[in-house]
Design a protein. Structure first.
Length: 290
């Protein structure tokens, strides 16, 4: 399998795990840790965990956080094609994880929000066969042009492409989003994002997206995952796991799906790769492989 370029955010995550509801205007105890994060960085590291040659294309700040992120990614074997921004800080996300393992996030995209078309260079795509784009890039107006430029550059270079919508709350214009991802080989929404795009949580509703994209892979958490393509709908159950922290589970799922798909495996095996990695992700604290 040739290299995979991931386009998306690189961030510092502050993870606060709390067992009780947060009191408005009060104090609460929590277990807090700092870790690398960002949807793009998460997927890139899970791809490396599976042995894929991976490049992360992103923008970071000229600050200690950005230097730490780069050092950790490079130590793991991820090639960093970063633009360094002297005027914006590195992305930082506060992740609040409740007793059930479900997360809520407060995100400052920082330098990632200033990701620009000129950051998408031929050198970043060199040696790659596939480009995966995080939907945050497309759904945030300041970085949308760069996301479109990345998809266009990938098509021109003959790469296959995939997009994870990432955030149902930000899909305010489904038709516009689908126009942006027209021609993408794989669209990888979760159930909430599928509802935002089609109005239905039924994986079969993704059939209406075919023709705009080649296939749709839907992850439904405990409901498993489904492949929706020209040959119909194929589904597999979730892999059982204790959920300590759901942060980054979708990013891990994407990495499993992409490695199976690029290796030419069956749709069932592709989905099983995704659900297995998703289960690994929720069974640990933090969004990235250890």
């Amino acid at each position: 399998m040739s290299g995979i370029v991931v386009v998306g955010d690189a961030a510092l995550d502050v993870i606060a795990r709390h067992d009780k509801p947060l009191p408005h205007g009060g104090d609460a105890r929590a277990k807090i840790r700092f870790t690398g994060g960002g949807s793009g960085a998460n997927t890139a590291l899970w791809l490396r965990h599976l042995g894929a040659e991976t490049t992360l294309l992103a923008r970071i700040g000229d600050d200690p956080g950005g230097r730490l992120i780069r050092a950790e990614l490079e130590a793991a074997g991820v090639r960093c094609a970063f633009a360094v921004d002297a005027e914006a800080p590195t992305c930082c996300v506060v992740v609040m994880v409740d007793g059930s393992g479900q997360r809520s996030m407060l995100a400052d995209r920082g330098a990632n929000q200033r990701f620009a078309p000129e950051d998408v260079t031929p050198e970043a795509l060199e040696g790659a066969s596939h480009l995966h784009l995080s939907g945050y890039v497309l759904l945030d107006p300041p970085s949308r042009a760069a996301g479109l430029a990345a998809l266009a550059a990938a098509r021109e270079a003959g790469l296959t492409t995939s997009v994870d919508p990432q955030a149902a709350a930000h899909i305010t214009d489904p038709a516009a989003f689908m126009a942006d991802v027209r021609g993408v080989d794989l669209l990888l929404p979760n159930t909430e994002e599928l509802v935002a795009l089609t109005g239905s949580a039924d994986p079969a509703s993704a059939k209406e997206l075919l023709g705009t994209v080649g296939a749709v892979v839907v992850t439904a958490g405990l409901g498993g995952a489904s492949w929706v393509g020209a040959d119909g709908v194929t589904s597999v159950p979730a892999v059982e796991a204790e959920c300590l922290d759901s942060t980054g589970a979708g990013d891990a799922f994407d990495a499993g799906v992409l490695t199976g798909w690029l290796a030419g495996e069956s749709t069932v095996d592709i989905l099983r790769h995704g659900t297995r990695l998703g289960a690994l992700a929720v069974g640990k604290v933090g969004p990235q492989p250890s």
